[in-house]
Design a protein around this ligand. Structure first.
Ligand code: HEC
Ligand code: HEC
Ligand code: CU
Length: 482
C-alpha cells in the first residue's frame, strides 16, 4: 500500500514538472498575449520593472537556498553528536536581516512608484495629439466609441502608431478589465465609475486584447483585437467608417439578407453608423436597448449589442475568438452557443425562441444574412434606390409586412418590440400635428427616428430602401387594419 502512494507521488511530480515547462512557453515574447515581446513604452517599462524585480528575487533565492543547503550538509547530525548549545537573540544578526530586506524593498519601490505615477497622471503633454476613446465592457464583448471622430466599433480597435491614446473605461454590467498585454497594462472597467488608461503603440501590426477580470460564463472568450496603423492609414480608416456601404442589388443574397437582418437582428444591432448624427443616435439607442433589458432581463427582446457597421471589414467573430468568414458566421447565426456559451444574443433574441434554442431560420436564410453582413464595407458613395417590385407590378403589402415588420409589430394590439398596428388609422392623425394619418405612417416607415412613439425604444430601422411604391402600398395596407 505504502509503495503505491510513493509511486503516485512521483508520477504527480513528473506531471507537475512537465506542466510547468509547458507553461513557460506561454512567456515566449512572440506569444500573442505575452507581456515580454512589448510594442509600446508602457508595456515596455512594466516588463523592465518585472525583470528588475525578478533579477533581485533570483539573487535572494540563490543566496538563501545556497546557505540552507550548505548549513544542512555541514551541520547535519552525526553519530554521537550531543544536543548543541542553545542560543536566543543575536542583535547584530537581527539588525542585519531587517536592514537588508528593507534596502531591497526601497530599491524596488522607487522605480515602481515612478512608473505608477507617470502612468496615472494622464498623458504627458509632449507626446503629441491625444486620441480619445471610450471603451465600454459588456458581457462578453467590447465597444469602442471614438468621440473625436464620431465613430463606433466593436471588438476591433484601430489606433495610430506613435500617438497617445487615452481611454475612458466603463462597463454597462459587471466589472471587466481592459488589457492589451503587449502595449499597455490592465485597468478595471467598473460600472458607474469611470477609470482611465493611456497607451502608445510603437509598432504597426495586430495585437491581442483580453478581459482580465472574471466576469461570468464567457469571460475567457471576451477578447478584442488592436490594429495599429501608420497615422495616414488610421485617418483613411476613419474616413472609411464615414463612407456608407453600397445598398445591395435587388434579388441577390445580399438584398434578401438585408431584409432578414432588418426583421430579426436590427432591433439590437445597428449596422449603418456612418452618417453624421449616427454616432450620438447609436449611443442613445444602445442606452434604450440596455434600459429595456434591465427592466425585464428575462423577457426583453432587446439588449445592447455590438455595432456591425462595415462588419465585412472585420477579421474576427464572437469578440475575437474565431476568424471571421462565411462558414463561421453561418455557425454563429445558426447557434451562437456552438461558438460561445451564454451569449445574451441567444438568450434574448426572438429568433432563438425555439425548442432547441437554434435560429428559427432556414439554412438558406442564414447563409443570406451571412453574405449580407460580409458585404458591409465602405461603398462607392453612390446613392442607389431599389424598387423591389415584382414582375407583375402588384405589390403584396401583407407579405412585405410579414417579412419585414412582423418581428417587431403585431397586427393587433400586442406589443412585441414596437406598438401593435391594429387600429393605427385611428391614432395616426393625432400623433404629430400637421401630419395626416397617411403622412405620419409614411414618415414612420421611411424615417422612424423623426418621431419616436412615447414609451418605446428608438430601434426601428428606416425602410426607405423598400422604394416609394412599396412604402405607399404598406401605408395603404396599415390603414385598413382594425
Ligand atoms: C437581443 C439582441 C440581439 C439580437 C436580436 C441579435 N443579436 Fe447578435 N449579438 C447580440 C449580443 C449581445 C452580441 C454579443 C455576444 C457576445 O459576444 O457575447 C451579439 C453578437 C453578434 C455578432 C458578433 C459580433 C462580433 O464582432 O463578434 C454577430 C455577427 C451578430 N450578433 C449577428 C446577429 C444576427 C445576424 C442576428 C439576427 C439573426 C442577431 N445578431 C440578432 C445581441 C443580439
Ligand atoms: C426592429 C424592430 C422594428 C421593425 C423591424 C419595424 N419596426 Fe416599426 N416600430 C418599431 C418601434 C420600436 C416603434 C416605436 C418607436 C418609434 O416610433 O420608432 C415603431 C413604430 C412604428 C410606427 C409608428 C406606430 C405608432 O403607433 O405611431 C409605424 C407605422 C411602424 N413602426 C411601421 C413599421 C413597418 C411598416 C415596418 C416594416 C416595414 C416596421 N415598422 C418595422 C420597431 C420596429
Ligand atoms: Cu469581461
Amino acid at each position: 500500500m505504502k509503495k503505491k502512494i510513493v509511486h503516485n507521488k512521483s508520477r504527480f511530480l513528473v506531471l507537475f514538472i512537465v506542466f510547468s515547462i509547458f507553461s513557460i512557453f506561454g512567456c515566449t515574447p512572440d506569444n500573442n498575449q505575452s507581456t515580454f515581446g512589448t510594442a509600446g513604452p508602457i508595456a515596455n517599462s512594466q516588463a523592465n520593472l518585472f525583470l528588475l524585480i525578478f533579477a533581485i528575487a533570483v539573487v535572494v533565492f540563490i543566496a538563501v537556498e545556497a546557505a540552507l543547503i550548505y548549513i544542512s550538509i555541514k551541520f547535519r547530525r552525526k553519530e554521537g553528536d550531543k544536543l548543541p548549545y542553545q542560543t536566543h537573540g543575536n542583535t547584530k544578526l537581527e539588525i542585519t536581516w531587517t536592514i537588508i530586506p528593507a534596502v531591497i524593498l526601497i530599491f524596488v519601490a522607487i522605480p515602481t512608484l515612478i512608473g505608477i505615477w507617470s502612468q496615472q497622471n494622464g498623458v504627458p503633454d509632449d507626446k503629441g495629439q491625444v486620441l480619445n476613446i471610450e471603451a465600454v465592457g459588456h458581457q462578453w464583448w467590447f465597444e469602442f466609441r471614438y468621440s473625436d471622430y464620431e465613430v463606433i466599433t466593436s471588438n476591433e480597435l484601430h489606433i495610430p502608431k506613435g500617438r497617445p491614446v487615452s481611454f475612458k473605461l466603463s462597463s454597462q454590467d459587471v466589472i471587466h478589465s481592459f488589457w492589451v498585454p503587449k502595449i499597455a497594462g490592465k485597468v478595471d472597467m467598473v460600472p458607474l465609475n469611470d477609470n482611465y488608461i493611456w497607451m502608445i503603440a510603437d509598432e504597426v501590426g495586430e495585437f491581442y486584447g483580453q478581459c482580465a477580470e472574471f466576469c461570468g460564463t464567457s469571460h475567457a472568450h471576451m477578447r478584442f483585437r488592436v490594429f495599429v496603423h501608420e497615422e495616414e492609414d488610421f485617418l483613411a480608416w476613419v474616413d472609411q467608417m464615414h463612407t456608407p456601404a453600397d445598398p445591395p442589388l435587388p434579388n441577390t443574397a445580399e438584398s434578401r439578407g438585408q431584409m432578414l437582418f432588418a426583421a430579426n437582428c436590427s432591433m439590437c444591432h445597428t449596422n449603418n453608423s456612418t452618417t453624421p448624427g449616427s454616432y450620438i443616435m447609436e449611443i442613445n439607442t444602445q442606452d434604450a436597448r440596455w434600459n429595456n433589458w434591465i427592466d425585464d432581463t428575462e423577457n426583453s427582446a432587446l439588449v445592447s449589442a455590438p455595432n456591425l457597421t462595415h462588419f465585412g471589414t472585420h477579421s474576427t467573430l464572437g469578440s475575437g475568438i474565431k476568424d471571421l468568414n462565411h462558414e463561421t458566421l453561418v455557425e454563429w447565426i445558426a447557434d451562437p452557443s456552438s461558438i460561445k456559451q451564454g451569449t445574451r444574443m441567444q438568450k434574448q433574441a426572438m429568433v432563438y425562441n425555439t425548442r432547441d434554442g437554434k435560429a428559427n431560420l432556414t439554412d438558406g436564410e442564414i447563409s443570406d444574412i451571412a453574405t449580407y453582413l460580409l458585404s458591409l464595407k465602405p461603398g462607392s458613395g453612390a446613392e442607389l434606390v431599389i424598387d423591389d417590385i415584382p414582375a407583375d407590378g402588384v405589390i403584396d403589402a401583407e407579405a412585405v409586412f410579414a417579412t419585414n415588420c412582423a418581428a417587431c409589430h403585431s397586427l393587433g394590439n400586442d406589443v412585441i418590440v414596437g406598438p401593435g398596428m391594429g387600429g393605427i388609422k385611428d391614432r395616426a392623425a393625432d400623433r404629430v400635428s400637421g401630419l395626416s394619418a397617411y403622412e405620419y405612417i409614411y414618415e414612420s416607415i421611411v424615417e422612424p427616428q423623426a418621431y419616436i412613439v412615447e414609451g418605446y425604444p428608438p430601434v426601428m430601422p428606416g425602410w426607405a430602401s423598400l422604394g416609394d411604391e412599396t412604402v405607399n402600398a404598406l401605408v395603404e395596407y396599415l390603414l385598413t387594419l382594425e
